[in-house]
Design a protein around this ligand. Structure first.
Ligand code: C2E
Ligand code: MG
Ligand code: MG
Ligand code: MG
Length: 278
């Protein structure tokens, strides 16, 4: 299983050596230390329009472990979610994004919010606190919530999402198509944007259902006044097909990988970055 997670990516340790519970506790302790030792980084992947201009970026967390190398969020976010660490981690991500915002020109920053965070009021008070302290404009941020979390949300969670949206944050439904895919949720949830999961984009070239699904979704989004982002664009063909299906925004390795240095930013933004880091 660890092999399937990707070549060259460090797994936390030999899974056979420790019980799952001990493993979790071990990672939790290490992650707690990582927060204090500055081992976490927020990398940015460009989100582009049809003309391949970057208008936003998604912040993706990375853990640069001194011994194990880059650890994937897919491995440590679930650990953080099972402990109270996710709140601290979520605050770290938002603060990092606030600090990086001036270096991104006019780009909006999208950050991922865990479903666990949305189970408590702390998410709302924390975001308010950080906005007050840093003076950032919430309109510069998009909060990504997965479809699975959003469609399973009870009234209290929906109220928290609404409170964040009322503060000015934009809300995006992430990984759309992997959950229950209820089209009626699009009408009722307080959202501004839908991100179509890569599993659909991947099959646009050979699966008619995927084509119809994406086209229908873009039409519904247009009626509802929502923007649509096609995730995981890896090839020119996928880019063209997603565009033909009505998508207006695109994200994926073809257009830029997540990076700490924002090399895919426009020239003027890069200059600013240099000036600010000097
Ligand atoms: P996500 O929010 O759906 O992020 C997109 C994932 O797809 C990222 O994986 C990104 O690196 C990857 N990706 C982007 N373009 C392509 C492509 O063209 N092809 C392929 N195969 N993959 C692509 P990553 O960075 O490993 O993150 C995985 C997940 O971990 C994210 O999925 C998100 O749910 C979670 N995550 C990442 N950062 C954070 C964070 O700061 N907070 C929380 N709560 N979750 C995070
Ligand atoms: Mg996301
Ligand atoms: Mg996604
Ligand atoms: Mg995902």
């Amino acid at each position: 299983e660890s092999k399937a997670r990707g070549r060259g990516r460090a797994t936390l340790f030999d899974e056979d050596m420790l019980s799952e519970k001990r493993q979790r506790r071990f990672v939790e302790r290490e992650l707690r230390a990582a927060l204090y030792l500055n081992e976490l980084e927020l990398h940015y992947q460009p989100i582009k329009n049809g003309s391949r201009e970057t208008y936003a970026v998604e912040g993706l967390i990375r853990w640069r472990h001194p011994v194990r190398g880059m650890v994937s969020p897919a491995e440590f976010i679930p650990v953080a979610e099972r402990s109270n660490l996710i709140d601290q981690l979520g605050e770290w991500v938002f603060r990092r994004a606030c600090a990086d915002l001036p270096m991104l020109g006019d780009c909006r920053i999208s950050i991922n919010v865990s479903g666990e965070q949305l189970k408590r009021d702390e998410i709302v008070t924390m975001m308010k606190r950080v906005v007050d302290e840093t003076g950032v404009d919430p309109q510069s941020f998009v909060l990504e919530i997965t479809e699975t979390v959003a469609t399973a949300a009870g009234p209290e969670t929906v109220a928290r999402i609404t409170a964040l949206r009322d503060m000015g944050f934009k809300i995006a439904l992430d990984d759309f198509g992997t959950g229950h895919c209820g089209f009626n949720y699009i009408k009722t949830l307080p959202i501004d944007c839908i991100k179509i999961d890569r599993s659909y984009i991947q099959h646009l070239k050979d699966d008619e259902i995927a084509q119809v699904f994406v086209s229908a979704l873009t039409q519904i989004a247009r009626i509802q006044g929502l923007s649509i982002i096609a995730e995981g664009i890896e090839t020119e063909t996928e880019f063209e097909l997603a565009k033909a299906a009505g998508c207006s925004s695109f994200q994926g390795y073809l257009l830029g990988r997540p990076e700490r240095r924002l090399l895919s930013m426009p020239q003027d933004v890069q200059m600013r970055q240099v000036a600010l880091s000097a």
